[in-house]
Design a protein around this ligand. Structure first.
Ligand SMILES: Nc1ncnc2c1ncn2[C@@H]1O[C@H](COP(=O)(O)OP(=O)(O)OP(=O)(O)O)[C@@H](O)[C@H]1O
Ligand SMILES: [Mg+2]
Length: 274
């Protein structure tokens, strides 16, 4: 994963996006440029509401830039595609399907070419891996928030997309499950060699998982700093005890905190003075 990959899978080229809102034009992403190479693991971190999901949704094919271009494998992104698996911030599960049907859903799509025999095996595998076997025939409304999130992860992993777009996939999980899910993701990546773009609010998670961290500013999201994470894969949790991990964490925390402060200042009423 950290062997200096060189094939460009995704490119943000001077990308800006504004929403036309009742209160006027809201600029959310501002002149963002960076490349994601094959095998990269990019973590995007920045204050709430700054434009991270919007940025990812352009690569997923759900939003179009106002100016600039988002390319995937050298072509402008025109819509969603099976090679890009998305895990949404708000659990991407279908409420009208059971847990098992949710996992099988993508496998049954013709574009994914999974033979019928294999569909069941894959489904059982991920049910067990995510601790959901006992709930195979339950509907999402009968699951806890964390279980729904694990189901969303299982759905995305099951179809083995080459490129994973993950929007705060572990946010609703307890600390231990979150650590398990992080380690599982590292394992999946080691065996399947994927490219990942992950949005997170956790600096530790970003450093532990990513090969590169894109720190973005308060809205509108601009690139504040892109940091190469200097730790080789495979990684294990002992990494988090190393002094270099702590130093990087302090540096990134400070970057993120300064953007939170900038955001707070923006939100403060003009008449307010300290
Ligand atoms: N469809 C839309 N129309 C108008 N405004 C929108 C739309 N989608 C998002 N926004 C606004 O764009 C800004 C950025 O939203 P976005 O969801 O990208 O933030 P985010 O960085 O992912 O935040 P969080 O960390 O809280 O998930 C927010 O102010 C939001 O209100
Ligand atoms: Mg978001």
């Amino acid at each position: 994963m950290n062997s200096q990959p060189s094939i460009k899978r995704a490119q943000f080229e001077n990308v800006s996006l504004s929403f036309d809102t009742p209160k006027g034009i809201l600029r959310v992403v501002d002149d963002v440029s960076y490349d994601i190479h094959d095998g990269d693991f990019i973590a995007v971190i920045g204050p709430s509401g700054c434009g991270k999901t919007t940025m990812m949704s352009m690569l997923a094919g759900f939003q179009k830039p106002t100016t600039g271009e988002v390319l995937f494998d050298g072509h402008p992104v025109k819509g969603p595609g099976p090679e890009r698996g998305v895990i949404f911030q708000e659990y991407g599960v279908f409420p009208w399907l059971t847990v098992k049907e949710n996992i099988s859903f993508g496998l049954k799509l013709k574009a994914n070419h999974v033979p019928v025999k294999e569909q069941n095996q894959i489904c059982e595998h991920y049910l067990a891996l995510m601790g959901l076997s006992d709930f195979a025939n339950s509907y999402p409304k009968h699951l806890s928030g964390g279980m729904r999130q694990r189901l969303a992860i299982a759905r995305a992993y099951a179809v083995k997309p080459q490129f994973l777009l993950m929007d705060e996939p572990f946010g609703a999980l307890d600390a231990q499950t979150r650590a398990n899910m992080q380690n599982l993701l590292l394992k999946v990546l080691a065996s399947e060699g994927k490219t990942v773009m992950l949005i997170t609010h956790s600096v530790e998670e970003a450093i532990y998982l990513a090969s590169r961290i894109v720190v973005v500013t308060a809205r509108p999201a601009r690139i504040k700093e892109i940091i190469d994470v200097p730790f080789a894969y495979p990684r294990d949790e002992s990494l988090q005890e190393r002094p270099e991990f702590g130093e990087l964490r302090s540096h990134i925390r400070e970057l993120v905190m300064s953007e939170y402060r900038a955001q707070q200042a923006q939100m403060r009423p003009a008449s307010f003075s300290e």
